[in-house]
Design a protein around this ligand. Sequence first.
Ligand SMILES: [Zn+2]
Ligand SMILES: [Zn+2]
Length: 257
Amino acid sequence: MELTADEAREAIDKGIPLLQAGRVGVDPHAVEDELRRLSRNLAETAELGTAAQRTAEKLGAETVDLAPLLGPALSAERATIERAAGDLGVDADALAELLELALQPFLWEATARLGALTDIDRWDRGYCPVCGAWPGLAELLGPEKRRALRCVRCGVMWSWFVLLCPYCGNDDHRTLGVLQEEGSPSRVDVCRSCNGYVKAIPSYTPSAAVMLAAADVTTMHLDLAAGEAGYKRPGDVDVRTAGIPRLVRQRASYAQE
Ligand SMILES: [Zn+2]
Ligand SMILES: [Zn+2]
């Protein structure tokens, strides 16, 4: 059963990432083919004898039943992947990475379908509305530099206030700041409350999902600068309130009273 428009709207209202809220049709056999193709490539190009290379060789030669692994891989549920790696006799990190790569085109497709199903931009949380990951970067869009968060994993975009930390929900301008090299159009938004940071790059229009990983890599100098200044991604967040803006938390507690 695919997620309906009503279920998707309800999940967006409740802050539940859509891939957690319901099944999205991803054909395990198509992902298996992609995993085998990627594994064969990696087995040939990676350094011989490393854990990654041995894992790729095995996954390239065998057919792995991915049906029970798709859900855990989509929601980055580590324990199940580790058990599967143990059963297969392969390296867990390499398996997780290969699965992630194999799933990416299907994630992009799912994101596009979900975007047509419901208005994702109504999402008011700091984590990804589709897959639940933390944003990889922000784009500052158009001449007015409107800030939008981007999930590098599934490609989704959602609008976000400039003075709001996506990790801890802090919106106090006194503890929010910017690291920016003089003359550079890119910057790093930092939060002194949770020590988190988000890179921000100007872009006239939103980048295509397939370009985001490259944008993430070419702005690595911003990650280094943020790390040197003592910031990390995500910041130190409390699991109970992670990704929920202060105002949204207040609204929820008023509603309960
Ligand atoms: Zn995502
Ligand atoms: Zn914060």
